[in-house]
Design a protein around this ligand. Structure first.
Ligand SMILES: *[C@@H]1O[C@H](CO)[C@@H](O)[C@H](O)[C@H]1NC(C)=O
Ligand SMILES: *[C@@H]1O[C@H](CO)[C@@H](O)[C@H](O)[C@H]1NC(C)=O
Ligand SMILES: *[C@@H]1O[C@H](CO)[C@@H](O)[C@H](O)[C@H]1NC(C)=O
Ligand SMILES: *[C@@H]1O[C@H](CO)[C@@H](O)[C@H](O)[C@H]1NC(C)=O
Ligand SMILES: *[C@@H]1O[C@H](CO)[C@@H](O)[C@H](O)[C@H]1NC(C)=O
Length: 465
């Protein structure tokens, strides 16, 4: 036994020495790299950095959550068997995505959309925690969908926004697949520079097994088993480094050295939790990229994705349930958020949505052959802040979707008369055809059948009254 173990250690060290690639538990290629020569140490800001092997303390939980009635299980991040003193570094086939296309905070980047909560406590904050439901949202084209926490200080406008970001992301452009993956990110200059994972020098990993950028499994299923990961970030009061731990037992992964930051060097000012997607508005319409599970918050546990037990770290290194947060939703018709508080989950929320298809959920005229989506907001993006069409009808027949557009402005929540007329004109030919039964949302219960044109007219009449 003992000899076998020594042999194993020798073999592993030999692999490291030779720079051999090994397989992580999810099948990805990783290299075990000596932890004191990992990419972070190439950063000139860390020339005099003292490597911290483990945090001096872990935040204290003040309130202990009661037993959970909503059953969920812990998901696992991919691991690799690297020898002690080394860290697994994932190998990427594609190096295009070095600089983060990520995020925001104060000003939301034009094509990014959010459904988040933001906590700006009166006192500074020193970390954040949440348990995040794991899903694999569908992604359109080169887009992405993220469930994450942000910890930030500074201002976007003055170029000194510092952020620490961590969560799950689906980003096919970087990982060449659709799996949800653990990611870390940081910037100290309002996103002029910054990068994911260990792709640039910054984050220092201490775990010899967790693969940053590794996939998270299992994934939750709609109406079925729910999986989640717990993420905690806190500032070490002695070293000034920002530590990251994962899981219900807070296993330590590594840290963002204090030297990387300016405004975040001593404390954070704001923290956010929630979803972000990239909407490239290809084909002149809002993306179909999903956020969360792709279902709206109203659908609740097992259908909609959630963040639970949302906490922040205070000056005393204690975890406190967030309470005075605000909600920030850029496109409620596409992705929304619904917050709540219970004894078990404390502060939590459901969030997400289907993207473009949201119209189908809120205002639907439905039939076996025909589906008309009326959508006031989740529409094509013409310029950064302007959406066309107070109304669009997407008519799907047996041969697929046809998009029919009528102009308008987003300020009008309702279709004006002109746009309505336009829509009706567009839909009239469909209405004249024999299309079998049509059920509107309003008359579905009554089980009345209509053709789409009549249904739409009825829908408008109802809206007007
Ligand atoms: C280290 O930094 C130098 C200069 O910034 C760069 O050329 C080199 O590729 C970096 N090496 C690694 C391993 O990141
Ligand atoms: C990455 O590249 C290697 C070598 O070119 C290849 O064997 C591997 O399948 C690629 N991985 C992915 C995910 O495409
Ligand atoms: C707790 O953390 C340790 C590493 O510190 C790990 O080996 C163990 O599997 C974890 N337990 C659970 C339930 O995740
Ligand atoms: C969750 O989804 C199932 C299946 O579509 C549905 O029957 C149920 O009503 C949904 N739950 C809620 C709260 O909407
Ligand atoms: C931190 O601890 C001190 C002393 O116990 C207490 O007076 C103070 O209110 C605490 N601060 C916070 C933010 O809990």
């Amino acid at each position: 036994m003992y000899l076998a173990r020594i042999l194993r250690v020798i073999i592993l060290f030999e692999l490291v020495r030779l720079g051999v690639t090994i397989k992580a538990s999810d099948g990805d290629d990783v290299q075990c790299v000596d932890s004191i020569i990992q990419p972070a140490f190439n950063n000139t800001l860390l020339k005099n950095h003292r490597f911290q092997e483990s945090p001096s303390e872990i935040p204290r939980t003040v309130e202990t959550g009661k037993r959970n009635n909503l059953q969920s299980w812990e998901a696992q991040v991919s691991t690799a068997n690297c020898p002690a003193g080394t860290v697994p570094i994932r190998i990427y086939n594609d190096s295009r995505l070095n600089v983060g296309t990520a995020s925001h905070t104060a000003t939301h980047a034009p094509v990014h959309e959010y459904a988040v909560i933001r906590e700006t406590p009166r006192d500074y904050l020193y970390g954040a925690k949440a348990t995040i439901n794991v899903w694999d949202p569908e992604i359109e084209g080169d887009e992405m969908s993220i469930a994450q926490m942000w910890i930030a200080a500074g201002k976007y406008e003055t170029g000194n926004l510092n952020t620490i970001e961590v969560g799950c992301q689906v980003l096919p452009r970087m990982y060449l697949d659709n799996k949800p993956r653990l990611f870390v990110f940081w910037t100290s200059d309002s996103y002029k520079h910054g990068c994911y994972n260990l792709k640039c020098s910054g984050f220092i990993q201490t775990s010899s097994s967790i693969v940053i950028g590794g996939s998270i499994t299992p994934v939750s299923s709609f109406g079925g088993s729910q999986y989640e990961i717990t993420i905690l970030v806190w500032r070490d009061r002695i070293s000034g480094n920002w530590w990251l731990s994962l899981g219900s037992n807070s296993s330590v992964i590594g840290y963002w050295p204090g030297e990387l930051f300016t405004t975040l060097a001593d404390h954070a000012v704001v923290a956010e939790w929630g979803g972000e997607i990239l909407n490239s508005a290809s084909h002149g319409q809002h993306t179909k990229t999903q956020m969360g599970s792709g279902h709206f918050p109203a659908e609740g546990f097992r259908n909609s994705s959630y963040f639970r037990n949302i906490e922040m770290v205070d000056k005393n290194n204690s975890l406190q349930t967030v309470q005075d947060y605000e909600k920030l939703v850029t496109q409620p018709e596409c992705y929304d958020i619904k917050t709540a508080y219970t004894d078990e989950w404390k502060s939590h929320f459901y969030y997400g949505g289907p993207g473009f298809r949201s119209g189908a959920v809120t205002r639907v005229v439905d039939t076996r052959l025909w589906r008309i989506n009326l959508d006031y907001h989740c529409l094509s993006r013409i310029t950064d802040n302007e959406y066309d069409g107070a109304g669009m009808a997407a008519v799907a027949g047996p041969s697929g979707f046809t998009d029919l557009k009528c102009g308008g402005t987003t300020e009008q929540r309702r279709l004006n008369r002109k746009n309505r007329r336009c829509l009706m004109e567009l839909l009239e030919p469909f209405g004249r055809r024999s299309v079998g039964d049509v059920k509107t949302k309003s008359n579905r219960d009554a089980n009345q059948d209509q053709n789409p044109f009549v249904a739409l007219q009825a829908f408008f009449d109802q809206e007007e009254s």
